[in-house]
Design a protein around this ligand. Structure first.
Ligand SMILES: NC(=O)c1ccc[n+]([C@@H]2O[C@H](COP(=O)([O-])OP(=O)(O)OC[C@H]3O[C@@H](n4cnc5c(N)ncnc54)[C@H](O)[C@@H]3O)[C@@H](O)[C@H]2O)c1
Length: 260
């Protein structure tokens, strides 16, 4: 018999970093399935604009302006979720920042702390405050967005790779701790994806994505991912179809990790 570790129509799911990119595509998927989304992002205007397109009637989402590096903001997101009076069956820890040109020696201590705080510690914080709600709902799933950098990496991404590797290990230990409560925990490890994060990096460098070496032919599929393709994996990981998956990583990477 399957456990009740997934949201269904009418349930609620929290998504962080919901204003754009993979987060916004995930919100759109969940709303299309009739799942209510507590959508959190630090960028208030962008979040409002995005939700007005995904959910024009404003009945399937609530926007919460929050910085997930702040404990009080994570509490605020959980309180907004609890206030909906529905079962909160999932959390997607998606918010993060890109960090390039950062070898250990080039990275100041403040920069290191900032990246680790956004890309790793926020997952601990947000999970801590969402878990009582998911437990109260009889179980659910936490999906942590990591990166291929947890497995294979490149030069000058020290804090990013360290944080994303931390997300992989955190996912495994959370999965073991939470299985008795019928809560699954899965990490998703995308390869390069066509989102503002990647384009802002290219703009900062004054180069095209191809000039920066983002795969056109480097991975097996020969292109970067669209955010919707990663969001579909996130939606699957939350869903009934993934009811026996926990403590695992899923890698929508176009096959780049399969290559020498
Ligand atoms: N785009 C890629 O190539 C790629 C590849 C692998 C993994 N990822 C991961 O996918 C996830 C989503 O990335 P994306 O490409 O959609 O990024 P994005 O920059 O397009 O969107 C990230 C969102 O997170 C929000 N955010 C950032 N810091 C925040 C904070 N402190 N509090 C609240 N919100 C915050 C931003 O405002 C933004 O709306 C991230 O975890 C990223 O590391 C992205």
């Amino acid at each position: 018999m399957r456990d009740n570790s997934f949201p269904v129509k009418g349930d609620g799911v929290i998504v962080t970093g919901a204003a754009r990119g993979i987060g916004a595509a995930t919100v759109a998927n969940l709303v299309a399935e009739g799942i209510f989304v507590i959508a959190a992002d630090a960028k208030s205007d962008l979040l409002g604009e995005s939700l007005s397109v995904i959910d024009p009637a404003g009945k399937m989402t609530i926007a919460v302006t929050a910085d997930v590096t702040k404990e009080e903001d994570c509490q605020k997101i959980a309180e907004a979720a609890a206030a909906q009076g529905i079962r909160i069956k999932g959390l997607v820890n998606n918010a993060a920042v890109g960090a390039f040109n950062m070898s250990v020696e080039k990275t100041t201590y403040d920069e290191w702390q900032r990246i680790i705080s956004i890309n790793l510690t926020s997952i601990y914080l947000m999970s801590k405050y969402a878990l009582p709600l998911i437990r109260k709902a009889g179980g659910g799933a936490i999906i942590n967005i990591s990166s291929i950098h947890a497995f294979a990496t490149s030069t000058a991404v020290a804090p990013y790779a360290a944080a994303k590797g931390g997300v992989l290990a955190l996912t495994r230990t959370m999965a073991l701790d939470l299985a008795p409560d019928n809560i699954r925990v899965i990490s998703i490890h995308p390869g390069a994806t066509n989102t503002p994060m990647l384009h802002e990096h290219a703009a900062r460098e004054g180069k095209t994505l191809a000039e920066l070496g983002f795969p056109t032919s480097e991975n097996a599929i020969g292109r970067i991912a669209e955010p919707e393709e990663v969001a579909d994996v996130v939606t699957f990981a939350l869903s009934r179809g993934a009811s026996f998956i926990t403590g695992s990583s899923i890698t929508p990477d176009g096959g780049i990790l399969a290559k020498f």
